[in-house]
Design a protein around this ligand. Sequence first.
Ligand code: GLY
Length: 338
Amino acid sequence: MANRRTFLKTSLAALPLLAAQNTEAAERVVRYKKPVVVSTWDSGIRANEAAWKVLKAGGAAIDSVEQASRSAEAEASCCVGLDAFPDRDGFVTLDASIMDHRSNCGSVVFLQNIKHPISVARKLMESTKHVVLAGDGALQFAIENGFERMPSKLSADAEKEWKEWLKKSEYKPMMNIENRKPVSQNSLSAPNTFDDGSVNHDTMGTIALDADGNLSGACTTSGMAFKMHGRVGDSPIVGAGLFVDNKVGAATSSGVGEEVIRICGTHTIIELMRFGYSPKKACSEAVKRIVERDPKAAKDFQVGFIAISKLGDVGAYSIQPGFSYSVTNSATNATLKA
Ligand code: GLY
């Protein structure tokens, strides 16, 4: 019968095997000096700038990732904040989550009329015993805590796109807004510029390692454009769109949330890193699991992951080419390709 000693012996014996798998491809692991912040997409460079102001002053990772999300939420974009594209019924519904180095976390789902859902998620995390608030309850909590209720008005761009979509799409939600073909998939200057001239990004996910060596993450999105009313993706689901374990690392995702939820994407990545995988290898393994489930379907959607380790090793991987991420520390402020 297996006793504790046998169990430990067996488990420890497996570790070199996992480490060996990790070194198979002789990957050059990229390590960044702390503090460092990483965000999804080339537009993450602007989010990183907001985070970097906090980190370079010696601030905490949790404050930096909140500022990154707020910066994205304040921008006009297709995919984050109140100016983003609506659901198929014409409502902008927002999801956000935040997690700190003590595994405190907070998330809001299906939140309407609030400019900064990430700050509502943080308020929930810090002032209540709950982790997730949804819909009207989240809105009520936000208003009770001093967040301004904004008018229900689509931005001019969002209204135009939605009306166009209603004509063409026969009331079926589009699976992936990223799927339009980028003009230049290899260009770092315009990695996400589409053949119709629009500039796009998906969920804004940010992960940071501060000067004290603490990790945090935040994730904010309006979700899939023209989704069914009430649909929630991976971004506000801890372990799917965002996960932090201060002993190991932090990870976040972008792309089709349903696929990320099915494999508990970011939790999977952190568990692989715990057993010796580099951030990049762990992200690629998570992508592989998604693709293996349905290789044919995976040709038509995007999922991208970014991850950082406790030591500042950074990696990313996506199904389709064109996924970029931004890294900022005292030595760099750059957009890279996964
Ligand atoms: N990744 C964002 C979403 O699927 O809602």
